[in-house]
Ligand binder design. Structure first.
Ligand code: FES
Ligand code: FE2
Length: 338
């Protein structure tokens, strides 16, 4: 491994450095990354229930309409700011617990207990998608890219979604691990090499093929796909079967990050296949969880800087440049602020 310090031209670093290198502004400065965030697991959002969810600098509510379609709105009533999670679903509207103003699924106030509904009373409504076992919301008024999905539709997959730990750092730090070759080798015991020319980078995604030898699974060839700064898809073959593993995350107030995982494989119409698929899915989820548990004590105490990088950090430097260029939005922040 070379110990040559890469120069700024190599790393794409153009911003002024402090004594300890470059920051990436914390989430919340200039808004939050414009990406799809998992708001809750589909199984958590029971019909008739209003779920309170911490997200970015505040809180939102999630609920299903009469057709079962999920909706995500800012949490605080436009009258006096009561948290609508304490309210009820009444005739398909969200009714505030404080004075019974009612909001439709677009976030518009459509009734009060006494007066005519004020047009100005409108909640922030997020673009929403349901898939891979999660309800997703996009941070913005319109999505900039498609929500995360595996290459097969959910209906053809056996799939498990799981809520994991909360990390005490912003999401772009744990997700940098997918491009952090030194870390994958040193901490996770993998054997691999990735070069800058292997990366396919678009404004909203990074993709490359990773060939590695892991301590627990042996040789693995994986398609590594970052979708936004908070979701990582790994696709690879395990015992003759394509497995899909996703880790994803939601920004929480205080620059913390809620991690989720989902694993899936194609459903096969064979006797006993459900048990086989379930066991392999569990193994994939355990693989992902082990990586996170190895990272957790490190990430919970990190004071992140992009400081002195060396030759094998070239891919990581590209990732950090990509994160810096990623669009942020604060359009919803005032509505959801605590
Ligand atoms: S605070 Fe919601 S109706 Fe008054
Ligand atoms: Fe890691």
């Amino acid at each position: 491994m070379s110990s040559v310090v890469i120069d700024r031209a190599d790393s794409g670093q153009s911003q002024p450095r402090g004594e300890r290198g470059l920051r990436i502004e914390p989430q919340g400065v200039g808004g939050y990354d414009q990406t799809w965030y998992p708001i809750c697991m589909s199984s958590e959002l029971e019909p008739g229930r209003i779920l309170s969810v911490e997200w970015m600098n505040g809180r939102v509510i999630a609920f299903r309409d009469k057709d079962g379609k999920p909706h995500v709105l800012s949490a605080f009533c436009r009258h006096l700011g009561a948290d609508l999670a304490g309210g009820d679903i009444v005739d398909g509207t969200v009714r505030c617990p404080y004075h019974h103003w009612r909001y439709d699924t677009s976030g518009q106030c459509v009734a009060t207990a006494i007066d005519r509904a004020p047009q100005a009373a409108k909640l922030f409504r997020f673009p929403v998608h349901e898939g891979l076992g999660f309800v997703w919301a996009f941070n913005g008024t319109e999505p900039l890219f498609d929500p995360p999905a595996f290459e097969l539709p959910d209906s053809q997959l056996t799939l498990r979604a799981r809520k994991e730990m909360i990390l005490d750092c912003d999401h772009y730090i744990p997700f940098s691990n997918s491009c952090d070759i030194q870390h994958l080798i040193a901490v996770h015991g993998m054997k691999l090499e990735v070069n800058p020319q292997d990366l396919n980078i678009t404004p909203y995604s990074i993709q490359y093929i990773q060939e590695q030898v892991t301590p627990t699974m042996g040789y693995v060839r994986m398609n590594v796909h970052m979708i936004g700064t908070n979701t990582l898809h790994l696709t690879g073959e395990m015992m003759g079967r394509m497995m899909y593993l996703m880790s994803t995350s939601r920004s929480l107030p205080g620059n913390r990050t809620q991690i989720y995982q989902c694993a899936a494989t194609a459903r096969r119409d064979e006797p006993g296949d459900e048990q086989v698929a379930a066991a392999m899915i569990e193994q994939s989820l355990q693989f992902g969880r082990r990586l996170m548990e190895e990272d957790m004590p490190i990430l919970n105490r990190i004071s992140f800087r992009q400081d002195v990088l060396t030759h094998s950090d070239r891919v990581l430097a590209m990732y950090f440049d990509w994160v810096r260029a990623f669009p942020r939005s604060s359009v919803a922040c005032e509505y959801i602020a605590l």
